[in-house]
Design a protein around this ligand. Structure first.
Ligand SMILES: [Mg+2]
Length: 323
């Protein structure tokens, strides 16, 4: 006999993971009751994943759940927030218990890793759609915004870019790779991105502006420039890449995918010249990977410079819905 809505919630989403002290009432009542730590601001974000729009039908339930939560945590990271609670609105075509079990595993893997608590949600029947809302805290006045970049700031990226976009090209049969280990790595980057929560929190006292890269570097850095009323010059040769990819794809192709592809969920942030020493100390102490790619300037717009000093002309910006 198939499980009903309440049995599904009970079996797959009311896991007794670590109960947080700031949750007065979690799942089970009409709404959750929560405590925000004193001297903190509440940071809230939400994201929806729709089958065949944000992921193909054959992605595993575990990966879908993981990514749905990871992209929300990435948005909190970009604000410098520490994640705390999530809600889940799940629409599923059928109550397939194997699918639900795998979905629950992917979700609770990240919930446990970041000491989160699922505090409520909704379950409905229809085309597969996952909406997660994530809540986090940031000490008052310490949040990071897209609008804070200042002329003279250095522009940084965490880790490397472009791997998720290469994986998407493989899915679309536009790139043909045979090396299993690199394919697995690329799909791990696409399906299970690591939200840069630690880095976001460390940057609270250091960065002037931050964003997470979901729509390609050009589009997302463009948001910082626009909202901060500044421009920037970045150097193509400084874009952080995984060197071993160059055995399979040309550098020019990889640069283009980094600038326009998206799905990286790395942070792009800007830091003033007088905070460079502090940045270096923190990054070394906490073992983070960052790369300087350019500088914020007064002249509006984004200039991308090739190694010979000439300007690289971009023929497409990031992915946008409804265009
Ligand atoms: Mg974002």
């Amino acid at each position: 006999m198939p499980l009903n809505e309440f049995e599904i919630i009970q079996k797959y989403f009311s896991k007794p993971n670590k109960i947080r002290h700031d949750v007065i009432i979690g799942i089970g009542d009409d709404a959750a009751i929560l405590k925000i730590p004193p001297e903190n601001n509440l940071v809230v974000t939400t994201d929806t994943l729709v089958v065949n729009v944000h992921f193909p039908k054959d992605v595993s339930a575990k990966d879908i759940a993981y990514k749905a939560l990871a992209v929300n945590l990435s948005d909190l990271a970009a604000m410098g927030a520490e994640p705390a609670w999530i809600t889940l609105a799940l629409t599923i075509p059928t109550n397939d218990e194997i699918w639900l079990q795998n979905f629950s595993e992917g979700l609770f893997q990240l919930i446990n890793e970041y000491n989160l608590q699922l505090i409520g949600g909704d379950l409905t029947q229809g085309p597969l759609t996952i909406t997660i809302q994530a809540h986090g805290f940031v000490p008052k006045q310490k949040y990071l915004l897209r609008s804070g970049a200042k002329v003279g700031d250095f522009i940084y990226i965490t880790n490397t870019l472009g791997e998720a976009a290469v994986a998407l090209q493989i899915l679309q049969n536009k790139i043909n790779l045979t090396d299993e280990s690199i394919i697995n790595y690329l799909f791990q980057r696409l399906n299970c991105p690591t939200p840069r929560v630690k880095e976001g929190m460390l940057l609270r006292d250091i960065a002037n502006a931050a964003i997470d890269i979901s729509d390609g570097l050009a589009a997302d850095l463009g948001h910082i420039l626009e909202l901060s009323n500044v421009g920037a010059t970045i150097a193509l040769t400084c874009l952080p890449i995984k060197e071993s990819l160059l055995e399979h794809i040309s550098l020019e192709q990889l640069w283009h995918l980094i600038l326009t592809g998206g799905d990286d969920y790395e942070l792009c942030f800007t830091v003033a010249a007088d905070k460079q020493k502090k940045l270096k100390e923190v990054i070394e102490k906490f073992n983070c990977q960052i790369h300087c790619i350019g500088i914020i300037e007064e002249n509006p717009g984004l200039r991308i410079i090739k190694s010979d000093g000439s300007q690289y002309i971009l023929d497409k910006t990031g992915y946008q819905h409804f265009l």
